[in-house]
Design a protein around this ligand. Structure first.
Ligand code: SF4
Length: 382
């Protein structure tokens, strides 16, 4: 068995770095730009894709294409179609591949979602973030709840396979308020929800406000209560978690692209600041493209860092623990070159943090709340 590589899934991630405005919690590689000429960056991404194909002549067709950002729904349907044509001309797109576009509600209302489907998109991930005007204002979003509802409605007429993204554990958020908002969201009938707790990163506007004492993040216990409530409400509504923060009505609606990350498959990172992981002749490489769009337009060549076996295990273990079907212990051995200490596994099981079934280590709800800590316990030490 190979440790990592395209046999565990192969995808392309396109990073479109522009947004109409920058949200105060966002720490992605993003730039505010509304009416910028998009052509040079689209051309650079296509040149990057072609160069990657020359570098990877033996990689198979892609199982997934993901347009993320930033706000890739600012691309025109013709630009999306052109990029997808180039993916097909270079690597090829496997039959039944998942092709996702992240979209902001206002772009759904401005554009015609049907034209995205005609361009080749078959899954829409809608950045709703909240159904409450007050929360949307706090999060600095450029849409309100009426626009969110209208966008969901418009998207649902075209895309059966769609996801709504929401942010919870906002400062001061009460259990009953989140329960009501989540119940309202579930009633909209989306087959997939991504529910992320608000994290406050130091270099964001929220991070600066927190440093000045103007914003107090929710404490860990309150966050844990909200997380447990989220699991119970979603499960009762028929959307159980299939991963720490992701819920689906049925396996066919799970994000196949994210499964590539969780399984340590291979993916190309195309676009400014995009990260990729590639396995070439059994060597694992981390790639990172030039971050600034102007630099990337001039030269797309990514920086490449070889990953040692320990580096690879350090990435593999926390990611593999996230899906609810758990971490394959045979594969752990293959990636890390050693097995987790039996005493650690016994402790996890006896403390009700994990169960072991079919040689897979599956976290319980209590375990999911401390997944990163558990990953660190399992990892081999150099
Ligand atoms: S729209 Fe998304 S990517 Fe853009 S700034 Fe807001 S959170 Fe970040």
């Amino acid at each position: 068995m190979n440790a990592t590589g395209p046999e565990f899934g192969f995808g392309v991630y396109f990073h479109w770095p522009y947004c109409t405005r920058i949200c105060p919690y966002c720490d992605f590689n993003v730039y505010a730009a509304k009416d910028r000429d998009k052509e040079p960056l689209v051309a650079a991404m296509i040149a990057d894709l072609e160069a990657q194909r020359r570098r990877l002549p033996d990689h198979p067709k892609v199982d997934s294409v993901f347009f993320g950002g930033g706000t890739p729904s600012l691309l025109s349907p013709a630009q999306i179609a052109l990029i997808l044509d180039k993916v097909n001309d270079t690597f090829g797109i496997a039959i039944g591949a998942e092709i996702t576009l992240e979209a902001n509600p206002n772009d759904v209302l401005r554009s015609n979602p049907k034209s995205w489907a005609e361009a080749g998109i078959n899954r829409l991930s809608l950045g709703i973030q909240s159904l409450k005007d007050e929360a949307l204002k706090f999060l600095g979003r450029d849409h309100n709840s009426t626009q969110a509802y209208r966008a969901i409605d418009a998207a649902q007429t075209v895309f059966d396979n769609h996801s709504l993204d929401l942010i919870y554990a906002r400062p001061g958020q009460q259990l009953k308020d989140w329960e009501a908002e989540l119940t309202e969201t579930l009633a909209l009938g989306a087959p997939h929800l991504s529910l992320y707790e608000l994290t406050i990163e130091a270099r964001t506007a929220f991070g600066h406000r927190a440093a000045r004492g103007e914003l107090v993040p929710m404490d860990d216990d309150e966050q844990a209560d909200l997380y447990e409530l989220t699991q119970a409400v979603c499960e009762a509504a028929g959307l159980p978690a299939y991963e720490v923060s992701n819920h689906a009505r049925a396996p066919e609606f799970e994000s196949r692209h994210n499964h590539i990350y969780w399984a340590s498959g291979d993916w190309l990172g195309i676009g400014p600041g995009a990260h990729g992981r590639l396995t070439i002749e059994d060597n694992r490489l981390a790639t990172e493209s030039p971050r600034r769009p102007a630099d990337y337009e001039l030269n797309q060549k990514p920086a490449e860092t070889p990953l040692s076996r320990t580096d690879t295990a350090r990435e593999f273990v926390p990611m593999a623990l996230r899906p609810v079907n758990g971490l394959d212990l045979n594969r752990f051995e293959c990636v890390a070159g050693t097995s987790p200490a039996p005493s650690i596994l016994e402790d996890l099981v006896s403390n009700d943090l994990a169960v072991i079934a079919d040689k897979r280590l599956v976290l319980t709800m209590a375990g999911r709340l401390m997944a990163d800590h558990i990953a660190a316990l399992l990892l081999p030490h150099e």
